[in-house]
Write a protein of this length. Structure first.
Length: 150
């Protein structure tokens, strides 16, 4: 558990660093560098953005909506996110296992619901349905016995 705790802390640190600190730091760095190395040196652009503060206001008011739309397009309109999700499922054995288990449970629940409704209507199970139940149980038993994480 102690080794796991160390790796968990490392993971949380990396998430905080990459997701928050680097995000804020790189945004401030980009704004500073572009203003003082590019805009301040070009008189025509300097007239549009006479101060760093005005440049930040413009960059934030245009950049946030624009980047929000780009992010939305990434998730909803492009094939990039689907490809990322596919790779994540293919490479993460825990996610893949969860997907396989969910598919198995859905089929079992569907069949059990059919049988429960039949019993609720005071109908007898046919020999074929009893054979199906036995086959289902054998398949589930095999699945549980042979499943691996990889």
């Amino acid at each position: 558990m102690k080794a796991n705790l160390i790796f968990r802390c490392l993971y949380y640190f990396r998430q905080g660093w990459a997701g928050y600190f680097v995000f804020i730091f790189s945004a401030l760095n980009t704004l500073t560098v572009t203003y003082y190395l590019a805009i301040e040196k070009i008189p025509a652009i300097k007239e549009v953005f006479p101060s760093f503060f005005i440049y930040i206001i413009f960059a934030v008011s245009v950049g946030i909506p624009l980047l929000t739309m780009v992010g939305y397009a990434h998730f909803k309109k492009s094939y990039a996110f689907k490809a990322e999700a596919d790779v994540s499922i293919e490479e993460n054995m825990h996610t893949r296992r969860m997907l396989e288990n969910t598919e198995t449970l859905l089929s079992i629940n569907f069949k059990l619901n059919e049988l429960v409704f039949k019993i609720l209507k005071n109908e007898k199970l046919t020999d074929e349905e009893i054979v199906q139940i036995n086959q289902f149980q054998q398949q589930l038993s095999e699945h549980m016995k042979n499943r691996t994480l990889d």
